[in-house]
Every structure is written in C-alpha cells, then in structure tokens.
Design a protein around this ligand. Structure first.
Ligand code: HEM
Ligand code: HEM
Length: 210
C-alpha cells in the first residue's frame, strides 16, 4: 500500500472542531424545539447553542487563516480543482464509457467542490447566527440597536434553518461517500483526518515522499 502524510495536525484539529461543533449545533437546535417556547429549558438550550456557535466561529476563523498559510493540501487553492472538474463534466457528457474519478493525493475532486459549498454555508451560518443572537437574546458582536429589530428576522431565521438542513444532508452524504470508498477501494480513507496519512493501492515511490 502507498502511503503519504497529507493533512497536518492543525488541519485535523480544525476539521474535528468544526465537524463536532456543527453536530452539537444541530443537536441543541433540534432539542430546543422540543420544549415550551417561553420555558427556561428551551432558553438554556439556545444559550448552549450560542456558546457552541461562538466556539464554532473561532475554529472557522482559524481555518480561513490556514487556507492561506497552511501546507499544500490544506490551502484553499487545493480545494479549487478546475482541471479535474472539467475532466469529470466532459467525461459525464461524452459518449465514451465513464471510468472512476481519478483521486490523487489530497481532497477527492468531487468532494472538494462540496467542501467549498460547506465553507460558504459556514460563513452564512456564522453571520446569520450572530445577527439572530442580538435580535433574539440581546447578546454578542452586533450593535445593541438591533435588539428586537424584526425587519429581516424571518428571512434571517429561515436562511439559518434551511442551510442547517443542507449541512445535515451534507454530513450524511460525506460519511456515506467515505464508507463507499472504504469498501469499494479497500483503502482506510478515514485515516487521513485521524493520523494525517492517505493510502493508495500499490508500492510506495519517491514522489509519494514529497
Ligand atoms: C465522524 C465524522 C466525520 C469523519 C470521520 C470525517 C472524515 C473526513 C475525512 C477523512 C476527510 C478528508 C476527505 C478527503 O480527503 O477528501 C474529511 C474532510 C472534510 N470534512 Fe469531514 N468527517 C466527519 C464529519 C464532518 C462534518 C460533520 C462536517 C461538516 C458538516 C465535515 C466537513 C468536512 C470538510 C469541510 C472537509 C474538508 C476539510 C478541509 O480541507 O478543510 N466533516 N472529513
Ligand atoms: C453550522 C452552524 C450552525 C447550525 C447547523 C445551526 C443550526 C440552527 C438551527 C437548526 C436553528 C433553528 C432555526 C429555526 O428555529 O427555524 C438555529 C437557530 C439559531 N441559531 Fe444556529 N446554527 C449554527 C450556527 C450558529 C451560530 C454561529 C450562532 C451564533 C453565535 C447561532 C445562533 C442561533 C440563534 C440565536 C438562533 C435562533 C434561536 C431562536 O429561534 O430563538 N447559530 N440554529
């Protein structure tokens, strides 16, 4: 089996932080909806949601910085795979029989397209989240004058809600795709975000060490 170190420790910590906080944010919001609207349990659950939301924002900020200063496979440029996307579209539209997508070291070319969407979604969630925090709970970074300002409240809440559904859908797709490659290609794909190493069938060559 060929093996290469692709994702360094900060990239893995930031992935774990963002993934875990997203799951906790989905959970706290789902739980809050189970309780009486003006009750204290629901209020406490929203307070936990906002607390986790702030931690999520710190991870997101560091991830954006790392997009520009991190190693090759952690950079934003590694997520934009124009040539690979073009080749996939051309082979999809063409009459020739389609082979499997070529997945070199680093992100899977199809997955990287979705990861870019996830980071855009994260930004919108952060922005709508901090505005809602001021409107509903009179807390956070947004100026105090927006407390109880209902002008765009419904639009902000619906945007926040629909993207949350999208992120839940992405999580299922993400894990299913990883399981699919684990079983089909018989390579330990989960390892790359655990130990940092990616594996491919065949014997190691010199290029894999770079
Ligand atoms: C148990 C849960 C999870 C596991 C085992 C896992 C595993 C992985 C692995 C192995 C990769 C690298 C795949 C590749 O090279 O293309 C990856 C990347 C990624 N995952 Fe996850 N993931 C999990 C949960 C999540 C969740 C909940 C989210 C967000 C909703 C998420 C978002 C991402 C993103 C954005 C990337 C690209 C990372 C980057 O370069 O910044 N993951 N994940
Ligand atoms: C991936 C990130 C996030 C997810 C998945 C998420 C999920 C949700 C969901 C599903 C709701 C319920 C929407 C509804 O009632 O229709 C909600 C509401 C809310 N979220 Fe988030 N959220 C995220 C990030 C944040 C952040 C970063 C903050 C602020 C720091 C935040 C603050 C709030 C507030 C204030 C509400 C409204 C509570 C209310 O209705 O009283 N969220 N969130």
């Amino acid at each position: 089996m060929r093996k290469k170190y692709v994702y360094d420790l900060p990239t893995r910590i930031l992935h774990a932080g963002l993934g875990l906080s997203t799951l906790l944010l989905l959970l706290t919001a789902a739980l809050a909806h189970l309780f009486y609207e003006t009750g204290s349990i629901r209020h406490d659950l929203w307070m936990i949601h906002i607390y986790v939301g702030n931690i999520f924002l710190v991870f997101l900020l560091f991830r954006f910085v790392y997009f520009f200063i991190g190693p090759a496979h952690s950079r934003l440029s590694d997520l934009v795979k124009l040539n690979a996307w073009k080749a996939i579209v051309v082979s999809f539209c063409g009459k020739k029989a389609r082979g499997p997508v070529n997945w070199p070291w680093g992100h899977h070319p199809v997955a990287s397209f979705f990861y870019l969407g996830v980071y855009a979604a994260f930004m919108i969630m952060g922005l709508t989240g901090i505005i809602l925090t001021r409107i509903q709970f009179d807390q956070g970074l947004v100026p105090e004058k927006y407390y109880d300002d209902l002008t765009w409240f419904i639009e902000l809440l619906r945007t926040h809600e629909y993207i949350a559904w999208g992120l839940l859908g992405f999580t299922f797709m993400h894990l299913s795709a990883l399981f699919y490659h684990r079983i089909k290609d018989k390579v330990p794909v989960f390892e790359s975000m655990k130990s940092g190493y990616q594996y491919r069938p065949g014997a190691n060559n010199e290029e894999d060490q770079n």
